[in-house]
Design a protein. Structure first.
Length: 290
């Protein structure tokens, strides 16, 4: 092989600069716009197809009303208020959800962080908690009714227990997966256990912990609606409204309830996500719309 051939073999190709390399700010701006268009465009297309199917008679409009019918029902429900005060039900459901979510997060963080740091505690409690995790949470409503009474406490307890397991598992894994190199570096400076936790373990685990908080926020809404289907003190709440609409064959009101529940979930998860971004500025924030 000649010297020229050898030079050709080892010569590296020049990489053509990408759009992100040439103008990073413009590239990020265009990508964010594209993300918004995709996120908004998909539901718009689905609603358009639904509207066409309903108005063309391809689906039974009595059970699958057109989106325009649902929008009209929402306006009548919240403006003219012919079917009771929905705002009261929303307020009651939000209060129940926040209480349950708060208690679940509190205990979930405590057990998750401590079990992640102390192996003996993890070995002792993890098998029992794993067994309890598999128990259907709605099945606990009867026990909680007997123990806590016939008010909001059983409903809040079911939400709290459900949230607890999601936060506990995510927090424990987040603490356990903190890189050993970071911990060894802190120990080399003779850091105390508290300093190690405060300056290394907790900041490193916090982004993953907030991921668990986001997931459990959506789970809290799901559990709230599910429990209110079967037990709703005072016959109030979003879940009760949806179930009552199903019972009296009022699909428009059922769809209103579903949209209210979906909106509540999106708002709650988004709030947790924004708080997580503000409290973990050192982490790599994803750029999804929601």
């Amino acid at each position: 092989m000649s010297i020229t051939d050898q030079d050709s073999a080892v010569r590296t190709e020049r990489r053509t600069p990408s759009a992100a390399d040439r103008d990073p700010a413009r590239f990020l701006r265009r990508r964010r716009i594209s993300d918004v268009v995709l996120a908004v465009g998909f539901p718009v297309v689905m609603l358009t197809l639904w509207q066409i199917a309903a108005t063309s008679g391809w689906i039974d409009r009595r059970f699958y009303p057109a989106p325009t019918d649902i929008v009209g029902e929402i306006r009548r429900t919240f403006q003219d208020n012919p079917k009771g005060n929905w705002w009261v039900d929303i307020g009651i459901s939000v209060q129940r959800m926040l209480w349950g979510y708060g208690w679940g997060v509190l205990f979930g963080l405590f057990f998750g962080v401590t079990m992640g740091m102390f192996r003996t505690l993890r070995v002792t409690l993890e098998p029992t908690l794993n067994a309890l995790y598999t128990v259907p949470k709605l099945a606990l409503i009867g026990i909680f009714l007997i123990v806590l009474g016939f008010d909001d406490k059983p409903l809040i307890a079911v939400i709290g227990v459900t949230v607890f397991f999601f936060v506990w598992m995510q927090s424990m894994v987040a603490v356990m997966t903190v890189p050993d190199q970071l911990q060894e570096a802190a120990r080399s400076f003779e850091s105390s256990r508290f300093q190690l936790f405060r300056h290394v373990i907790f900041p490193s685990a916090l982004p993953q912990i907030f991921l668990g908080l986001r997931v459990s926020a959506g789970v809290a809404v799901l559990t709230l609606i599910g429990v209110e289907f079967v037990y709703s003190p005072g016959l109030r709440g979003i879940g009760y409204r949806i179930n009552n609409a199903r019972t009296v064959l009022d699909p428009l009101q059922a769809y209103v309830g579903l949209l209210v529940a979906a909106t509540l979930g999106v708002v709650f998860v988004t709030v947790i996500k924004v708080v997580g971004r503000l409290l973990t500025p050192w982490s790599s924030n994803d750029r999804t719309v929601l």
